[in-house]
Structure formats: structure tokens, C-alpha cells
Design a protein around this ligand. Structure first.
Ligand code: ZN
Length: 445
């Protein structure tokens, strides 16, 4: 026995006016089709909720056995719910509506279209357009839209890692209902956008932009069995998923990995409780779902805290490396720097010495070394253009050189002692009482 919902739908409801009374067979076929129709409708409702399948037509095949010797008794084998259930699931699974690393685009009905992934490494998910197209913008724009005043910190060198939570409704403000706004088969409950993370340098030159933004989305969807599912979807503009996985398991990103793990486990727990009733209709479903924002808030917290700790660790490692350097590169770079490589920082009133390979050293007016860091040439140019840095004049260069010379340690003195005795190479103020991570760009300001 084979039929499609369409032909069943075509048969019901019966037209009010007919030329002649339908024949016996016709009436019976219609009754059988109607019984099947309601069975399929209710089964779908139970398993997948009220949103209709996206397919315009689904083909069903049913198997039944009949015993003529027993008054033609008929039974479905396997049972009808099983046969229909499997076929509904297949139709559902065929859509591929949820795909890790991609966002579902309602405009294209696809998780594989050009809109479904971040177009650049700096992109985070911006939301849906009226027609359901997935849209992206730079992380900085997300902070501007949220009127988050910390946006400037994103452009520090190196960038500070910030995270921001956005509710699903913010991402759907423009989306029309006819383009999936109320979909429960794919619904972004909220997201955390974060960055800028620094990818490993690899073989890239120091001037290469290593910044990367990430979007963590909490997605309510239905798995192939039609059950309620909660996913934490990580979206990144990396060229391929392998590169992202490698970065995530690397030492440099271990805290991102941990934060994501924790959030995933919390969502799994909510999903488990929600799945206790059919179609996610557990008695406490509403209460369970209220726990989702808390999961996202914790994700924000873990990411930002992890970034601060990682920054501190990196800094300590840098300190150790620096302490081990002969005399220290800073003083050497300062001695060698031409007049064109020394700038006065108008904000911090300190001097910035540009050494080779993007090395920048900050010296206070009296010649103390404050900090060193790396900076891309375009960032240097930006500071000169905005007049935060102005080229030091000849007198300043001479004064700085003689002031710095006073701190050059005696030839046999260990570098670390030279730092301490030389007026404090490490600026204690950076490890201030606020517990803030040191900010190398703050100079002595
Ligand atoms: Zn699309």
C-alpha cells in the first residue's frame, strides 16, 4: 500500500457537491486515507512540534499483511508508528538543518550557502535579514551595536580579549515570520561573540594580522529522531575546520577549549532534562530553558577570565625570556635606533623606540625601561597619523640616549639584578591592585 499526503489531502475534505454518490470503494479508500492522514499528522506533531516539514511533499511506503481466512484481518508490520516514524525522520534528516561550524540560512534553506559561515577571520554573526539571510559583521561592530564602551580595548596592541552576550531576539529583530523567525527546528537562543584571539604565528611575518573573532551560538534544534536538541555551535572564519580544531587544542587556546567544554556540558544537562517529555514538552521545560542565559553569561566570564590569566602567563614567560637576554635587547635597540625610530608618546609622556622585527621599547623620560612589546608597522603608522606619537627631536634623542646609558648594567652583573638595581626595569604599577592585566601600550601613562 502506498500513498502520499498530497493525494490524501486532495481527497479531503470531500467536495460538497458531487454529480453522483461516490462508490463504495471510493468511500473506503477515502476513509483509510483519512485515518492515515491523522495518524501521520499527530505523529509528526509529537516528534517534531507544530512547525511543518519544509518538504512540500513526502513519499511514504507502508507494509501491511492481511489474512483472508480470518475475515481479511490486516495489520501493519512493523507497526504503523514505527514505519511512519522512520520515514518522517528520514525526511527530517535529509534537510541537514543543523551543521556544526555553520549557521542556518533561511533565505537559501541551507547550512552550506555562502551566507552560512563567517566571511572573514574578524566576522561574527550579526543576525538575520528580513528575508532570513544570515548576516555577519566585525566583532567591533557587535560591541558598538551593544553600546559597550569597552570597544576601544579591542584595538589595543596586542588586542584585549573581550566577550559579549547577545540574545536570540536581537539577532531576529528584522527577520520576518515567513522566513523562519519562529522556527523551532532551528532557533538561535543566543550567542557569545568574543575576540580578538591571536592565532599562532606559524611562518607568517610579524606584520601579519593574526586576529580572529569567534561566535558561540546556543541553538535549539531537532535531531534526526525529532527530539529536542541544544547545541553549542562554534563559528569561526578559519579556512577549514581542521585549522580551527588544531588551534583549539593548542596550548595557546586551552582556556577557550575549557570554557567551551564547560558550556557544552551545561547545555547537555539542560537538553537531557528537556528530553524527558515528547517533543521537549517536559513539565519543567520553561524553567529549564531559563537556565540557558546563565550558561552564556558564564561562558563570557570564563573566556574573559581565561584571557586575563593567559595574558599574565604569557607576560611572565616574556619576562623570563627577557631576563635571560644578554644585557637586554631594549637597551641595545635604544642605542642603535636612529633618530627616525624614536617617538614621543604624547599621552604617556614616554619615549617609544622602534627596534628591529616590530619590537617596541618604552622608556620613561629619565631613561628607565618600562616595557617592550611587538607591534605591526601599520599600528605604528596609525599612532603617528593620529599624533599620539610624534618623532622625537634631536635634543630629546640625545637626552634619552644619555639617560638610557646610565642604566646599562656593569658587564658582569646578571641581567635580572641590573633590572632591579637600574631603577626597575619592570614597571610594578602594571600589576596594580585592581588585578588588571598589564597593558603594554599604556606606556608610563
Ligand atoms: Zn544563504
Amino acid at each position: 500500500m502506498s500513498d502520499t499526503p498530497d493525494s490524501m489531502g486532495g481527497a479531503f475534505p470531500p467536495p460538497k457537491v458531487r454529480a453522483s454518490r461516490p462508490g463504495r470503494f471510493e468511500r473506503r479508500e477515502r476513509a483509510a486515507a483519512d485515518a492515515l492522514r491523522t495518524a501521520l499528522r499527530d505523529l509528526h506533531m509529537d516528534r517534531f512540534g507544530a512547525v511543518l516539514p519544509r518538504a512540500e511533499e513526502i513519499e511514504f511506503t507502508f507494509r501491511a499483511k492481511c489474512r483472508p481466512g480470518e475475515q481479511w484481518v490486516l495489520r501493519f508490520e512493523p507497526p504503523l508508528t514505527e514505519q511512519a516514524g522512520v520515514q518522517l525522520e528520514e525526511a527530517q534528516a535529509g534537510w541537514g538543518i543543523y551543521r556544526a561550524g555553520r549557521v542556518y540560512c533561511f533565505r537559501c534553506d541551507s547550512s552550506a550557502c555562502e551566507h552560512s559561515r563567517p566571511p572573514t577571520l574578524l566576522s561574527v554573526f550579526a543576525g538575520y535579514a528580513e528575508n532570513g539571510a544570515a548576516e555577519w559583521h566585525d566583532l567591533g561592530q557587535a560591541f558598538l551595536r551593544a553600546r559597550d564602551s569597552r570597544v576601544e580595548q579591542l584595538f589595543e596592541e596586542p588586542p584585549r580579549v573581550l566577550a559579549l552576550m547577545e540574545y536570540g531576539r536581537t539577532l531576529r529583530t528584522r527577520q520576518l515570520y515567513s522566513f523562519g523567525r519562529a522556527s523551532r527546528t532551528y532557533s538561535i537562543l543566543g550567542q557569545v561573540v568574543a575576540g580578538y584571539f591571536l592565532r599562532p604565528r606559524g611562518g607568517a611575518p610579524p606584520s601579519a594580522d593574526r586576529r580572529m573573532a569567534l561566535t558561540f551560538q546556543v541553538v535549539e534544534t531537532r535531531n534526526a529522531q525529532g527530539r529536542f536538541a541544544l547545541k553549542l555551535n562554534l563559528l569561526a572564519g578559519l579556512a577549514d575546520e581542521v585549522a580551527l580544531r588544531e588551534w583549539l587544542v593548542s596550548e595557546a587556546a586551552s582556556w577557550v577549549h575549557r570554557a567551551r567544554d564547560l558550556a557544552e556540558r551545561e547545555l547537555e544537562e539542560i537538553e537531557r532534562r528537556m528530553g524527558m517529555g515528547p517533543g521537549g514538552a517536559a513539565p519543567s521545560a520553561a524553567d529549564e530553558m531559563k537556565r540557558v542565559p546563565a550558561v552564556m553569561r558564564r561562558l563570557v566570564e570564563y573566556i574573559e577570565r581565561g584571557a586575563r590569566q593567559s595574558r599574565r602567563r604569557t607576560r611572565h614567560a616574556q619576562d623570563r625570556r627577557q631576563a635571560q637576554r644578554p644585557i637586554h635587547a631594549a637597551l641595545e635597540d635604544a642605542r642603535q635606533a636612529g633618530a627616525g625610530s624614536i617617538f614621543h608618546d604624547e599621552k604617556s609622556k614616554a619615549f617609544a623606540v622602534c627596534g628591529p622585527q616590530g619590537r617596541i621599547h618604552i622608556f620613561s623620560r629619565d631613561g628607565r625601561h618600562v616595557t617592550s612589546f611587538e607591534m605591526r608597522p601599520d599600528a605604528v603608522a596609525q599612532r603617528v597619523r593620529t599624533r599620539r606619537w610624534r618623532p622625537a627631536d634631536a635634543d630629546e634623542v640625545m637626552d634619552l640616549r644619555s639617560a638610557v646609558a646610565r642604566f646599562v648594567p656593569a658587564p658582569n652583573a646578571p641581567a635580572a639584578e641590573a633590572h632591579a638595581g637600574g631603577g626597575g626595569i619592570r614597571a610594578v604599577r602594571f600589576e596594580g591592585s585592581r588585578g588588571q592585566p598589564p597593558d603594554p601600550t599604556a606606556g608610563t601613562g
